[in-house]
Design a binder for this molecule. Structure first.
Ligand SMILES: [Zn+2]
Length: 338
């Protein structure tokens, strides 16, 4: 996870009941059936033996999880397999919702940090690509509380967000987004109506990435693009830190991509051309070291997290240098053309 605009707070109860979504398992049945046969939901090849085993170091969901890799397209898959209803129990109640309200000087500091992070994101690849094609109509998949979308609305974009959290949708609407509550498989999308679709740290969470990408491809007009950012599973940090790699985030990250598997997934969904690259997040290296030292997440949420991110930014040149020397950043990005 890069320095995101929204972040879950620390009020997670590991024993909260699962979200009851009876239609979800049926909806994703084809992908789940392939996974149940230890076959890749993207290319159908077999899943190899587990590459690593890991615990949930961020929210302490009980249990151990493993990541197996497809022997065809190299997609990583989190095991054991769970359906959508079970997956709901892996998320804290406030995941993606807004941060606590701050007042006075703290509010000013927090707002300034939010602005700096937004400016940084919009002027870095891949979101900087939007400047060449907009303003227009944009679909933000997993829009959270709409912080990214709000900045694009101010720049003249019409932003439709898809977000399962009702609380986060309410905040996003206050910020000018047309937020549609639900997951991509459930919400209505107008065909050939969007100039761009953004998956910002959301594709790795879904049950059937090919099906979701097909839906957004249908929603793009002929010149539209999909812009994706997610963790880069083949980075040196994952190889070095293993289960302590900050961006691993099992079990919520159901799939783990490298450039080859991301290109295969987009091609399976019908995208004709994909350009990928990697970058360095400020937070992953310091947070991975912190996981390795303490075995749990200590950077907090809300303002505390933003201060931690600012501190990580000070160490960003070191992370960037090490990533350059090691040859791979911890984040993977793609711009895909319909
Ligand atoms: Zn595969």
């Amino acid at each position: 996870m890069s320095p995101t605009f929204a972040h879950p707070n620390a009020s997670y109860d590991a024993h909260m009941p699962a979200i009851d979504e009876p239609a979800a398992t049926e909806r994703n049945a084809p992908a789940l059936a392939k996974l149940a046969q230890s076959r890749c939901p993207v290319c159908g090849e077999g899943l190899g033996t587990a590459l690593l085993e890991a615990r949930d170091l961020m929210w302490s969901v009980p249990g151990r999880f493993s990541v197996a890799r497809c022997e065809g397209c190299e997609l990583g898959v989190t095991l054991p397999l769970v359906d959508d209803a079970q997956l709901g129990s892996f998320y804290p109640a406030a995941y993606g919702a807004h941060s606590p309200q701050l007042t006075g000087a703290l509010a000013l500091v927090s707002k300034g940090m939010q602005r700096a992070l937004a400016w940084q994101a919009l002027h870095s690849v891949p979101l900087s690509h939007l400047a060449a094609i907009g303003p227009g109509r944009l679909l933000d998949v997993g829009c959270g509380n709409g912080e990214l979308g709000a900045w694009l609305v101010r720049r003249g974009w019409t932003v439709v967000g898809v977000e399962p959290s009702a609380d986060a949708c309410a905040v996003a609407r206050e910020r000018g987004l047309e937020a549609r509550e639900g997951i991509l498989a459930d919400v209505e999308l107008e065909p050939s109506a969007y100039d761009a679709v953004v998956f910002r740290h959301s594709l790795e969470h879904v049950t059937d990435p090919v099906a979701d990408l097909r839906r957004v491809r249908d929603a793009l007009h002929g010149d539209g693009v999909a812009i994706l950012s997610l963790p880069h599973f083949d980075c040196w940090q994952r190889e070095k830190f293993g289960e302590c790699w900050f961006n691993l985030e099992v079990p919520r990250h159901r799939f783990h991509f490298n450039a080859a598997s991301l290109r295969s997934t987009l091609a399976a969904a019908g995208f004709t051309r994909t350009v990928t690259h990697t970058s360095t997040s400020a937070i992953a290296l310091p947070a991975s070291i912190q996981y390795a030292l303490t075995g749990r997440f200590l950077l907090g949420s809300g303002l505390k997290l933003r201060i931690a991110i600012a501190a990580c930014d000070l160490a960003a040149p070191l992370s960037w240098l090490v990533n350059r020397l090691a040859g791979s950043g911890d984040l993977l990005h793609a711009v895909a053309y319909k």
